[in-house]
Design a protein around this ligand. Structure first.
Ligand code: FE2
Ligand code: FE2
Length: 276
């Protein structure tokens, strides 16, 4: 007998889009508000996506036969479709970026690739899915920050703003798919919380590793003013982490669900901007 396992609101379809993204020129320079640290930070995030998103798809797909709700089954397929396009576009992004700015993609991806290989072999599928649930929450929190009232990409190169906002919207649409699969298949609260602690550490570790590689190549790794500007980009008044602490902490609540926090309006506003 099947029962409702999906808690994605009925008015939030998970749409596969194929945006046209002309980012080659923008990637040559400091496309994020002419701010080198901010640009480097987002570029380093992008490096983690192709491997990360393949991992998310695999960890959810592993449970495809255990989910009985047709709505959630469809959302799982839509989730793979969205993440597969993200993966493809960020792979292209990363290759262009490295070719144009002289970064070494193999070196950049190396540590994450190695760890993923280890995780695949040694970590139970349930824990892998818990890791995906955790990172999907982190991306949803950042997506809301990116699309929220203080439009983070206001001063960014338009092609890059288009790419990051499109990705942010789709992360928001599918923000509870992995979570609902985890719950529907018996995932525990203890494992979910532990996965968040681990995932937060490794995500920051991976991004910082990428930032250091890129700044070294740009001759700015040891520049105090570069790191000072980085600190204010992350933690300052307009910093990207501003306002993210509470939604991050919510994940640790016993009764947490990603859609307790309504973000439909941000998706609708973005859709309207596309038609303008
Ligand atoms: Fe994604
Ligand atoms: Fe995602």
């Amino acid at each position: 007998m099947s029962q409702t396992q999906s808690l994605t609101p009925n008015n939030v379809p998970i749409v596969k889009r194929n945006p046209e993204l002309d980012i080659a020129d923008a990637l040559k320079g400091d496309w994020m508000n002419n701010h080198q640290f901010a640009t480097t930070w987002f570029n380093a995030m992008s490096i983690t996506f192709p491997l990360g998103e393949q991992f998310f798809i695999n960890s959810v797909r592993h449970y495809r036969d255990r989910v009985t709700d047709p709505k959630l089954q469809k959302e799982m397929r839509d989730f793979y479709s969205q993440e597969a396009v993200h993966l493809r576009e960020h792979q292209r992004y990363n290759e262009l970026l490295c070719a144009q700015r002289g970064y070494d993609l193999e070196k950049l991806e190396g540590p994450l690739r190695k760890r993923m290989g280890w995780v695949k072999k040694n970590v139970p599928a349930r824990e892998q899915l818990a890791g995906t649930v955790a990172v999907e929450h982190l991306t949803a929190v950042l997506a809301e920050r990116a699309l929220g009232e203080a439009d983070l990409f206001k001063g960014a190169h338009p092609a890059m703003a288009k790419l990051w906002k499109w990705h942010a919207v789709e992360e928001m649409e599918h923000k509870s798919v992995a979570f609902d699969v985890y719950r529907a298949t018996g995932g525990t609260e203890i494992m979910r919380r532990a996965a968040m602690r681990r995932s937060t550490f490794f995500l920051i570790w991976d991004i910082l590793g990428g930032v250091c590689h890129m700044l070294r190549k740009d001759g700015k790794l040891w520049s105090p003013s570069m790191w000072a500007s980085g600190f204010s980009f992350l933690f300052g008044k307009q910093g990207i982490l501003r306002g993210t602490w509470q939604p991050y902490k919510d994940f640790f609540r016993e009764d947490f669900h990603p859609w307790q926090h309504q973000t439909q309006q941000l998706i609708e506003d973005w859709e309207l901007q596309q038609q303008a």
